[in-house]
Design a protein around this ligand. Structure first.
Ligand SMILES: [Zn+2]
Ligand SMILES: [Zn+2]
Length: 322
């Protein structure tokens, strides 16, 4: 049994066809025939060697496909897999349903071969049924991008909250949709004036190309990679408001102390979400028609697609199809 994939052999190298023999299927694993895989900025960071030497590297962690065999699933069921492929299942975090915090967390495509492939095997606890009627290609980006924005919205916001979203890209365009679906008043911040119409369609009530005016946000999500003007954004939070960093910014966030301490404001980080959160997010997306806006490309054009993500050219998520 060999799986066919696309792999980078070293940092910044082009992906090349790659065959590998998977480890034997464990009792608690499911084998999935991949039909679609989204491209996340984390894939670009990995391919470019910015997160260390994980080569040969098969990127891809926004996977949708059908079950071949294994686990609690019936063959042919449509399932998705995100950034996490396993956890210990026994530690305090796993027992509390916070598997993402497990010290034995296993990533789908960092240290394992990911979703730019025809098949994958993962622990059954990290494969999620895709709701009927939800297209596979627009579901794929929900598995990482969707849950990444959904978790902090559910943690720090509620109906009626004022939510700001910095950056209208792969994460941002989903954040606007989920924030709207949760009943928030939504403000989009983008440096690109041409994204206003899209942002409003995704659910933004307000759109700014500059920083925030004096505001009263309960939550600001930074989905952008650039470090923002923290003085301005912290100043725009109401007391006890939260600034949550989601993009992997290469430069440190410089946090001024006065707006932080005077309003008991917080700067937080958040990564993906729990299996329960992923199920809840998928159900809400199905109910409210939330979908990634995507550009579809065949998997053999993975290099060009990866490059569109690298250059922030995707509108708004690249998805590879078998
Ligand atoms: Zn991702
Ligand atoms: Zn654990």
């Amino acid at each position: 049994m060999t799986f066919n994939a696309y792999a980078a052999k070293k940092a910044k190298a082009q992906l090349e066809p790659f065959r590998y023999e998977p480890k034997p299927l464990a009792d608690d694993e499911v084998e999935i025939a991949i039909s679609h895989c989204g491209i996340c900025h984390s894939d670009v960071h990995l391919v470019d060697g910015e997160w260390g030497d994980w080569f040969p590297l098969v990127p891809g962690h926004e996977i949708v496909g059908t079950v071949v065999t294994g686990g609690a699933f019936a063959p042919g069921e449509r399932v998705g897999v995100g950034w996490q492929r396993n956890s210990c299942g026994e530690c305090e975090y796993c027992r509390a349903g916070e598997e993402v915090l497990c010290a034995k967390h296993e990533a789908t495509c960092q240290g394992n071969f990911g979703g730019f492939a025809d098949r994958i095997r993962v622990n059954e606890r990290f494969a999620f049924r895709i709701p009927d009627g939800m297209p596979s290609e627009t579901a794929a980006p929900l598995l990482c991008g969707g849950i990444t924005v959904y978790t902090p919205l559910r943690t720090y916001a509620a109906k009626g909250s004022r939510v700001g979203v910095i950056g209208i890209g792969g994460l941002g365009h989903l954040a606007l949709q989920f924030a709207k679906a949760l009943g928030c008043e939504v403000t989009a911040f983008s440096r690109v004036a041409g994204k206003e119409a899209d942002a409003r369609r995704f659910g933004a009530d307000h759109f700014f190309t500059g920083g925030p005016e004096k505001g009263s946000f309960d939550l600001v999500l930074n989905t952008a990679h650039a470090a923002p003007d923290m003085e301005a954004y912290l100043g725009a939070l109401r007391p006890r408001g939260v600034f949550c960093q989601l993009g992997a910014a290469p430069l440190p966030l410089v946090v001024p102390s006065m707006p932080l301490i005077t309003g008991s404001r917080s700067v937080a980080g958040s990564a993906i979400g729990s299996p329960a959160g992923i199920r809840e997010m998928l159900a809400l997306a199905a109910e409210r028609g939330i979908a990634a806006m995507i550009e579809l490309a065949p998997m053999r054009e993975a290099n060009q697609a990866l490059d569109r993500t690298r250059r922030n050219q995707a509108r708004y998520r690249m998805v590879l199809a078998k």
